[in-house]
Design a protein around this ligand. Structure first.
Ligand code: SF4
Ligand code: SF4
Length: 81
């Protein structure tokens, strides 16, 4: 499952530099996560770094993007060749 940013985002930018996959960027009004780059931090950290640093808890798992640990790990590998 990739993560997604909810509308509660306050644009603090704390999450962007924490992502090991450069999946987070400023978007229209709020920050956004590219689901094709997010691995839930699989391959880099024990848990999603963006969630740890977000001051308003507006980053959640995207229920429309359920993916297995194997898929997430493979994505991490493909992003870091
Ligand atoms: Fe980046 Fe990890 Fe957050 Fe996904 S969970 S957006 S890989 S920091
Ligand atoms: Fe938005 Fe949270 Fe990222 Fe700050 S850390 S930019 S509030 S998603």
């Amino acid at each position: 499952m990739a993560m997604k940013v909810l509308a509660d985002c306050i644009n603090c930018a704390a999450c962007e530099p924490e992502c090991p996959n450069q999946a987070i960027s400023a978007a229209d009004g709020v920050y956004a996560i590219d689901g094709d780059r997010c691995t839930e931090c699989a391959g880099a950290y024990e848990s999603p770094r963006c969630v740890l640093v977000c001051p308003v808890d507006c980053i959640v798992r995207d229920p429309e993007r359920v993916e297995s640990p194997e898929v997430l790990q493979a994505r991490y590998a493909s992003l870091h060749v």
